[in-house]
Ligand binder design. Structure first.
Ligand code: NAD
Length: 468
């Protein structure tokens, strides 16, 4: 496990100074007015739409992403998230009246959302624009000051974020701190009002331990092995296309990508051919020449993935090339559930097919492992859908689709158990980045609390027992 003990004096000084500056801004109240929040969101929207090519270029440099995929999964996604937030923010921020129980009458009660203060967002490399800015949108909409720590593993994108954000957003309230372990460790020694971390579970534990020192609440958006259950009797050609789309976009480096196929009965044999067909349709016979197919982020991940390519019978793919960090979209069949490819989240373009005899076995397979971030199922049976909803636990459950569910702005996104804690997007981001304060206002007249005030007589006791 990585350690957080080394503290670099320069990074620490910079972190302390940045947090102090943002905290001072927050205390002036500058980030609270809805007008300020909307202004920030609009400025961010303008940046994304007017300079989309700058982000797309950085994403291509870091991950070989095509401009279309970058638009669909990152920039366009964020613009829609901003629009959704701007459209609903006034309503979301409206105080919500609640009723009061008889013993407290007459009085009025309601809830208000208040910003938390200074929020730290630590983001990963795989969707380095989306996963950095989607939490920032929520944090700003909720009226916080924000420090963003982008991933050093996607350096081109990190540099673009560090250059642009302070130029278009309020630099007294939003800061980008670039760097890796050292800089993040220094940040984590500071006190924040919320820490929003996206990445792997090992670092998630470090973040949570650091947050505990200051009693800072955390959101942990982690990963894990997300299964795609496939039942016979469904349209397997379409299912294969949708699984392949989710699996092979961004060369499989997607937290919600189907990690493996869990094929029931004869669907196991049938899906193989459809997956081969789907890969050919999307990327041609030589995916290394496709402009739409990405590369592996770095050599460390390339080597890790190359070591998994032989865990089973290769149905399609298997080719790889270290200098270009290319690993072909690969489907593996006859995979032993205990083999290395089935032990850890794959996070790359390798799709093992595990065969199980029936839905009972599929459900036991899923519930016998860590709770996944996403569970996908392709089935024509309403009963199977009901059973999967009721008998499994996962961050999200999606029928008939993979990955693109994240575009449904009204749905929360987050994990459960090993796949994380907390949720965001849309209204759920506002929940995450604000405190819901309860307010109760009871007039001093009439004085109705006599019965609750000692000395307690038998009469008071009788009345109290009746009304409470
Ligand atoms: P990463 O290596 O970019 O790390 C994420 C962040 O943690 C970076 O900002 C990095 O600087 C920081 N970090 C790394 N080591 C640290 C340390 N020792 N102390 C403090 N901070 C440290 O990304 P990653 O973790 O390789 O990302 C991939 C993982 O993230 C996968 O497991 C994937 O499933 C998960 N993920 C989850 C989501 C989600 O939304 N749930 C999204 C994307 C990725």
């Amino acid at each position: 496990m990585t350690t957080t003990t080394h503290l670099d004096p320069d990074s620490t000084h910079h972190a302390a100074e940045t947090v102090a500056r943002l905290r001072a801004t927050f205390h002036t109240g500058r980030t609270k007015p809805v007008a300020w929040r909307k202004q920030q969101l609009r400025a961010l929207r303008r940046l994304l739409t007017e300079h989309e090519e700058v982000f797309a270029e950085a994403l291509h440099t870091d991950l070989g992403k095509s401009a279309t995929e970058s638009h669909m999964m990152e920039i366009g996604f964020l613009v829609r998230e901003i629009d959704h937030t701007l459209r609903h923010l006034d309503r979301w921020l409206r105080p919500a009246r609640v009723s009061v129980p008889l013993p407290l009458m007459p009085s009025r009660a309601w809830t208000v959302r208040e910003p938390l203060g200074v929020v730290l967002v630590i983001s990963p490399w795989n969707y380095p624009v989306n996963l950095a800015l989607a939490p920032v949108i929520g944090a700003l909409a909720a009226g916080n000051a924000v420090i963003l720590k982008p991933s050093e593993v996607a350096p081109a994108t990190s540099a673009v974020l560090a250059y642009w954000l302070p130029r278009v957003l309020d630099p007294q309230a939003v800061a980008v701190v670039e760097g890796g372990v050292e800089e993040t460790t220094a940040l984590l020694h500071q006190r924040f009002d919320h820490i929003f971390y996206t990445g792997n579970g090992t670092v998630g534990r470090i973040v949570m331990a650091a947050a505990a020192r200051h009693l800072t609440p955390v959101t942990l958006e982690l990963g894990g092995k997300s299964p795609a259950v496939v039942e016979p009797g469904t349209d397997l050609a379409t299912a294969a296309r949708r699984i392949a789309l989710g699996k092979f976009m961004n060369a499989g480096q997607t937290c919600v990508a189907p990690d493996y196929v869990l094929a029931i009965g004869e669907a196991g044999a049938e899906i193989e051919g459809h997956l081969v067909e789907a890969v050919r349709e999307m990327y041609g016979t030589d995916p290394s020449r496709s402009n739409d197919y990405g590369s592996i982020i770095n050599e460390r991940h390339f080597d890790r993935l190359a070591g998994l390519l032989n865990d089973g019978r290769t149905v399609v793919g298997g080719d790889h090339d270290r200098p270009t960090r290319y690993i072909a979209p690969t489907v593996l069949a006859d995979v032993d559930p205990d083999s290395p490819v089935m032990r850890e989240e794959i996070f790359g373009p390798i799709l093992p097919i595990i065969r199980v005899p029936d839905l009972d076995a599929a459900i036991s397979f899923i519930t016998g492992r860590d709770k996944p971030l996403a569970l996908y199922a392709f089935t024509a049976s309403k009963r199977s859908k009901r059973r999967l909803i009721a008998e499994t636990s996962s961050g999200g459950l999606v029928f008939g689709l993979s990955n693109l569910q994240l575009g449904a702005a009204n749905l929360p996104f987050g994990g459960v158990g090993d796949s994380g804690m907390g949720r965001y997007h849309g209204l759920y981001s506002l929940d995450t980045f604000s405190h819901t304060k309860s307010v109760l206002d009871k007039p001093l007249k009439p004085d109705t609390l006599g019965v609750a005030t000692p000395p307690y007589t038998r009469r008071k006791d009788r009345i109290l027992r009746r009304i409470t």
